[in-house]
Design a protein around this ligand. Sequence first.
Ligand code: 6PG
Length: 246
Amino acid sequence: MKPDVQIVEDAAQLSAALADLFIDSARIAIAETGRFRVALSGGNTPKTAYALLAQEPRRSAIYWRDVFIYFGDERCVPPDNEQSNYRMANEAFLSRIKIPLGNIHRMRGEVEPDDGAESYAKLLVADMGPLPRFDLILLGMGPDGHTASLFPGTPPLNDDALLVRAPFVAKFNTYRLTITPRVINNARHVIIATEGAEKAAALAAALQGAPDPEKYPVQIVAPTDGALTWLVDRAAASQLDTANIS
Ligand code: 6PG
């Protein structure tokens, strides 16, 4: 399926659109299966969208007890650390909505990285079977073309037997926890939200450049039986040849 590229004016519009896509995806999944399983992204871009989900009218747009929260990646830090993606999401919305604590599945960044990855993989399999299929996976993209914690130069990228990996990320001299392309590309819907001029070169290369996932890991995102939405603001889209984007 060809990715759907949605270009919005600015960061504020991107946050509102991302929050609305979350609600739409949740409503569809809950109507069909009675539950919505979503993997959250970290970083700065989704923060405002998360905050909007905790505010009316979106807060009461869905029954949060039917929503199951997971994470696409995490920094190897305790959950109260300022670098923690869980902490960011918890402060932005999880602690402000009526969701059972048992519905929130954070990655344990505080334990040994490989143990954290293994235990999260076990959790995903216990909840969703041998090849987990999320209803929605939220991702971002770094200026270097990384997504989740799949960074350029952190092998392997595409022949990964594992569901969750603990790569050592040399540029940050630290380990990260991340779901692998195997899980990402099995999702019903993946949204990559990207904003800001500093992302423009990587976005153009990822969307309209030659396939080179080693250099631009975000290019690995191609759901096999699902949809891919790129939600980008005008600054991030500034180097795109928009005439050739369907
Ligand atoms: C993380 C993320 C990562 C993020 C990109 C973009 O843990 O950092 O999950 O993949 O989405 O780095 O980050 P920004 O939104 O902060 O630009």
